[in-house]
Design a protein around this ligand. Structure first.
Ligand code: URA
Length: 243
């Protein structure tokens, strides 16, 4: 469900502010009824008319981007930095990232113009596994990694149990590569988890979002999700499993 003024603005009919005016002036109908209340929520099955003209629904699109480092997960940036949307210039629809990866994090990032789908995948209630590969400073002890597996107290509360695997550890260079799977999506969560056990993250990449990886893509490249993948993601977020 989305706010009526947002849907009108996204359909390219008017700016958000102008859309609000149209609503309060009684020029907008939802399913044949005039709606004057700002903030009215509508879903994709509602019919919306603005000054007697039906809004054509934008086709829903779904992309998987291999986000490079040095790009922000947003649709625009006040400081003129490159955004993830800039990396898909051929897409006409108003896509936005599903959740976010830090500026310095690379890896799997989904983009869509489907707000309901995005909410499904980012809502903490739905447990989508995300696997990150972190290059960290130091060689963590087993008991430190166990803390991450059990859940560790951060300033915004205890993290849910994580799966952790040491992929390599080089004592001479003082660096290790660790795979960590979490299903929460708190701000800078992986970096803060490693920080909390005393091993700062030097480099971070999201290798996997649910069953989706980066196969066949170079950094900065994207592909469309298949209808089947979209369906599987929906099923997974609703039931916790596929098939
Ligand atoms: N955890 C982080 O610390 N950063 C990300 O970008 C994603 C998860």
């Amino acid at each position: 469900m989305e706010r009526l003024q947002k849907v009108i603005a996204h359909a390219g009919i008017a700016s958000r502010r102008k859309a609000e005016e149209l609503i309060t002036e009684g020029k907008v109908k939802v399913n044949g009824q005039v709606v004057r209340e700002l903030g009215t929520k509508v879903s994709s099955s509602d019919t919306i008319e603005v000054e007697g003209v039906k809004i054509e629904k934008e086709a829903k699109v779904y992309y998987l981007l291999y986000k490079p480092r040095g790009v922000i997960s947003a649709v625009s940036d006040d400081h003129g930095r490159k955004t993830v949307v800039d990396l898909l210039p051929h897409v006409e629809q108003r896509i936005f990232p599903v959740g976010r990866l830090d500026y310095d994090t690379s890896g799997v990032l989904l983009l869509t113009n489907d707000g309901d789908f995005s909410n499904l995948l980012t809502h903490p209630r739905y447990n989508i596994d995300k696997t990150y590969v972190a290059k960290i400073k130091g060689s963590p002890r087993k008991e430190d990694l166990k803390k991450l597996e059990r859940g560790i107290m951060l300033e915004d509360g205890k993290t849910a149990p994580a799966k952790v695997k040491v992929l390599s550890s080089n004592r001479e260079q003082g660096k290790s590569i660790i795979a960590i799977t979490i299903h929460e999506g708190r701000n800078r969560q992986v970096r803060r988890m490693f920080e909390a056990i005393g091993y700062p993250v030097l480099k971070l990449k999201r290798e996997q979002f649910a069953f989706l990886g980066l196969q066949g893509l170079n950094a900065g490249e994207s592909r469309t999700l298949t209808a089947h993948e979209v369906k599987q993601l929906r099923v997974l977020s609703e039931t916790g499993k596929i098939g």
